[in-house]
Design a protein around this ligand. Structure first.
Ligand code: C5P
Length: 363
């Protein structure tokens, strides 16, 4: 995305007619960017809510698919998408091949660095499925917001970033909000809609661990990306290069006998494929959102997704919306706004922003 000022600098010394042409071009460009901004935010909102809901639906089907296989397939989908995007960026097969060779193969150390977030994201993605198996969609979604807290803590610890007082307050409210939502879960049923036993505590542990991994992977990624000019699509090719074998190893270690007995694609339905596509889309979508929108709007999309999930959960899953849950979810939504507000103000003054993730790469 080019800088708006570039166009303004060129205006000096040209005729009035071309000035108005340029102004028109500027208007068009900012109009397109606005469309992209709101389109990506709307897509993120729908994707967030839909993923939470459909993943829960998929994990409460009669035949339970092997979650680790779904993680591998999602990585595969992302790899193919990113290879296509790199091709579009490069413009020809020859340049595409050279660029892949130069960046992924001929810089093994750089590629190796990406193996750490690959491993962490693979574990994280597996844990989210475990969470969705044991927690209803709304609780899962609210609890997953703890990743804002873990990302902030890892940013402070690993990148020496500073948080505003108001942001610490927001993180405290976030924590309290999630605690409320968890306590509201304590008295809920231990049997899921498919009649299988579920353990909300186990689900919480899985999501909590996923949040810690999310925070670490995001910050680590940011650290290794500093100063790098590699596009987000190429980075994701590197990520998937490791994620696919790591994901397969996870399947082998955790579900070898099940895969042997029932097959890799056991329990796959249209819904399972839909969840896989949504998860793959989600990973790539954040990149676009952070590129064209800001953190406040991203927080808005996340909050709206929580509200959407709650409403649909009440109607589709007979989710019992208690006062305690509503209070907790409200606190989480409020804290997302409180947290992102000073960050964006800070960005205006010196370009630093905590919580803004690695996705801010060149795309
Ligand atoms: O923000 P959060 O930690 O939830 O995002 C992590 C998810 O995004 C994971 O599913 C990960 O595989 C995906 N991701 C991706 N490409 C990146 C960064 C994250 O696909 N560059």
């Amino acid at each position: 995305m080019s800088n708006n000022n570039e166009g303004k600098d060129l205006v000096v010394g040209v005729t009035e007619e071309s000035t108005s042409d340029m102004a028109l071009a500027e208007d068009l460009k900012s109009g397109t960017q606005n469309v992209l901004k709101y389109a990506s935010l709307l897509t993120l909102t729908v994707q967030n809510a839909a993923l939470g809901l459909t993943m829960r639906m998929a994990r409460t089907q009669k035949d339970l698919f092997i979650a680790s296989t779904a993680v591998v397939i999602a990585e595969f989908v992302k790899l193919v998408t990113c290879l296509i995007m790199v091709f579009i960026e490069e413009g020809s097969f020859k340049r595409w091949r050279t660029s892949l060779l130069n960046i992924v193969i001929k810089q093994p150390l750089d590629t190796l660095k990406v193996s750490v977030p690959s491993l962490v994201y693979t574990l994280q993605n597996n844990l989210i499925y475990i969470g969705a198996t044991h927690l209803d969609a709304a609780t899962c979604q609210v609890t997953y917001q703890l990743k804002i807290l873990t990302t902030a803590l890892f940013s402070v610890a690993m990148l020496n970033k500073k948080l505003f007082m108001l942001q610490w307050v927001a993180l405290f409210f976030l924590f309290i909000g999630v605690a409320f939502v968890q306590f509201a879960q304590a008295n809920t049923t231990q049997i899921n809609p498919a009649g299988r036993e579920q353990s909300p505590f186990f689900g919480f542990l899985a999501i909590f661990t996923a949040c810690c991994l999310s925070g670490f992977a995001g910050v680590y990624f940011e650290k290794i990306l500093k100063g790098s000019d590699i596009s987000v699509w190429m980075r994701n090719v590197q990520l998937s290069t490791f994620s696919i074998p790591i994901g397969l190893a996870t399947t082998f270690l955790s579900s070898y006998s099940e895969v042997q007995e029932r097959g890799f694609f056991f329990g796959y339905t249209m819904l399972t494929w839909f969840v896989i596509l949504l998860q793959a889309l989600g990973g790539l979508l954040v990149a676009v959102v952070v590129k064209y929108a800001d953190n406040i709007l991203k927080g808005f999309a996340t909050s709206l997704a929580i509200v959407l999930s709650c409403i649909v959960s009440v109607y589709a899953f007979q989710f019992h919306l208690t006062g305690q849950f509503a209070l907790g979810a409200g606190l989480v939504i409020m804290s997302i706004f409180l947290y992102s507000k000073p960050a964006s103000a800070h960005k205006k003054t010196n370009g630093q922003e905590i919580g803004k993730r690695t996705y801010e790469m060149k795309i």
